[in-house]
Design a protein around this ligand. Structure first.
Ligand code: ADP
Length: 399
């Protein structure tokens, strides 16, 4: 019995095929640059004799339909997938579920209509996610399709956390509120952290920090999200690769009135030209550190602002939760950047957070504990695995 996970983006489709009994990865890969002459399919799989193999297919893939068709044909060609009857379910990542979806959901016509309805809230992501679902439904008739939403984990937030302090009709009639994102990742690392604490997730209070190109912090009380830093869109909150995170909305009026910016220019500025990129010219944290080592002051400031913001959220969420059992770092930066972890956790003894310097410096890209043995709050590093979480949730939805 196998589970296929599809993450369908605007010009790419990432996929992973799992053996459902033990969650072994049978094959994984991606179709990239869909619609361009350089479109390609990369696939890694484990041969029958256990050896790893790879294939890189230069192929004219003009659409998501072509892409998914090619993925399945290649999976069958390599023997990773015998026939469609082996597929127990297909799990689809869907970025925005609005208020309609609190859990992984078996796809039917009504679900498709609801995903379509929230396209205005995620115009860049939901159409591509939906494309993947529609094509998979057509290509795998009879195989259950499950939509797993990035927003679902945060649907437990109380109104006090998700409402903005603007007139109520904007929420009631136009759905303006905090939704939060990265929910699949926060849910996955929270479960791992509960295992590391040795107690049920429902008894854990956690602050989870997903720090990748996009970044978000979540406050989790008794296993449920009670606040998260991203808002109606993934722009709010922490400093990110090219997104500004929190900013006074009046900056927008100022830029419009005094510099003649329009909506598209502002959108581009705040989503694609800001964050680390805006502060020091590069959006990759490794590059930022390299510049810092060369004495680049803008890069140093970028690290400082990123860390300052992170600390503010840790403090705010500690206040919100009262008791914190663990702080959890994940995402490319959270898993690998020992300096950012040390900076974010520095001088937080009053909150019960005491990092173990050598343990932190020695833990890169794998799970472990980086707090001192007597730290009141444990600090964990947990590599995220959104595909595995989507696969597990998809299977749970069809059992
Ligand atoms: P995405 O949000 O695209 O999934 P990732 O979770 O892969 O992003 O994280 C990408 C970020 O992680 C980049 O800023 C990258 O520089 C950073 N990163 C990856 N490895 C390291 C490392 N060893 N040290 C510091 N930052 C790292």
């Amino acid at each position: 019995m196998k589970i296929l996970v599809l993450n369908s983006g605007s010009s790419s489709i990432k996929f992973r095929l799992f053996q459902a009994e033990d969650w072994c990865v049978v094959a994984s890969g991606a179709v990239t640059r869909i619609g361009e002459p350089s479109a390609s399919l990369e696939l890694s799989w484990t041969d029958a004799d256990g050896t790893e193999a790879q294939r890189d297919d230069a192929a004219g893939i003009a659409s998501h339909h072509d892409g998914i068709q090619r993925i399945v044909a290649t999976l069958q060609d390599t023997g990773a997938l015998g026939g469609l009857e082996e597929l127990r379910a297909v799990g689809h990542r869907v970025v925005h579920g609005g208020e309609a979806f609190h859990a992984p959901t078996l796809v039917d016509d009504d679900v498709i209509a609801s995903i379509r309805q929230v396209i205005p809230l995620a115009p860049l992501h939901n159409p591509a996610n939906l494309d993947g679902i529609l094509v998979a439904r057509e290509l795998f008739p009879g195989v259950p399709q499950v939509a797993v939403f990035d927003t679902a984990f945060h649907q437990t937030m109380p109104r006090t956390a998700y409402r903005y302090a603007i007139p109520g009709y904007l929420y009631r009639e136009h759905h303006v509120r905090r939704y939060g994102f990265h929910g699949t990742s926060h849910a996955y690392v929270a479960k791992q952290a509960a295992d590391m604490l040795g107690r049920p997730l429902s008894q854990c209070n956690l602050i989870t920090l997903h720090l990748g190109n996009g970044a978000s912090a979540t406050a989790i009380r008794d296993g449920a999200s009670v606040d998260t830093s991203m808002g109606m869109t993934p722009l709010e909150g922490l400093v990110m690769g090219s997104r500004c995170g929190d900013i006074d909305p009046a900056v927008h009026f100022y830029l419009c009135r005094h510099l003649g910016f329009d909506n598209d220019t502002l959108d581009d500025l705040l989503n694609r030209q800001s964050g680390l990129l805006g502060l020091c010219g590069v959006n990759d944290m490794r590059e930022v550190h390299r510049l810092t080592e060369e004495g680049n002051e803008d890069a140093e400031l970028a690290v400082g602002i990123t860390c300052h913001r992170l600390k503010k959220y840790i403090g705010a969420y500690a206040a919100l939760l009262g008791r914190v059992d663990a702080l959890v770092f994940t995402g490319g930066i959270g898993e690998n950047d020992t300096e950012m972890r040390a900076c974010a956790c520095g001088d937080l003894e009053s909150l019960g957070i005491e990092l173990d310097g050598p343990a932190n410096a020695g833990l890169i890209g794998r799970a472990g504990v980086v707090s001192k043995a007597d730290s009141r709050v444990s600090v964990f590093v947990v590599p995220t695995d959104e595909e595995l979480e989507i696969g597990r949730q998809a299977l749970a939805a069809v059992l």
